[in-house]
Design a protein around this ligand. Structure first.
Ligand code: THU
Length: 142
């Protein structure tokens, strides 16, 4: 994945636009995320905070849920944008939610500064909890 790739550029634009719509009056921390699914469809999301703090949703999960609601359950790429000097990687909860729909998913985190994080979800979330764990545990009470 490179910054010169037109598809990645589009995702960066979408993530940047989404961050402009972030509802973050409490943290004042804007996040935008854009997702490309297996067939090339794109979805974006921003963080949406709530006065009841625990109800806040991150930009990445917002984008994932939009994709799934439209029938897309394979995520090829994720771009996260924060208007910060250095890039921000997805939080642990978002990594886990992304992993449900990921297989070798590329993750690019960009910001206002020149640095970026280019990685994969497997790298961000090694030894994830997945459906295989459930399969093993399901019978343990039988
Ligand atoms: N946030 C995200 O949107 N994504 C992350 O991966 C980390 C945190 C949001 C949640 C909250 O609105 C704000 O950033 C501060 O935590």
């Amino acid at each position: 994945m490179t910054h010169l790739d037109a598809d990645v550029q589009r995702l960066i634009e979408l993530a940047t636009q989404a961050a402009e719509h972030a509802w973050c009056p409490y943290s004042r921390f804007r996040v935008g995320a854009a997702i490309e699914t297996a067939d090339g469809s794109v979805f974006s999301g921003c963080n949406v905070e709530n006065a009841s703090s625990g109800l806040t949703i991150c930009a990445e999960r917002n984008a994932v849920f939009q994709a799934v609601a439209a029938g897309h359950t394979k995520i090829r790429r994720v771009v996260v944008f924060t208007p910060t000097p250095t890039p921000t990687a997805p939080c642990g909860a978002c990594r886990q939610v992304l992993s449900e729909f990921s297989d070798d998913t590329e993750v690019l985190c960009v910001c206002l500064g020149p640095d970026s994080i280019s990685t994969t979800l497997v790298e961000l979330l090694p030894m994830r909890f997945g459906p295989g764990d459930l399969d093993q545990g399901r019978d343990s009470l039988a």
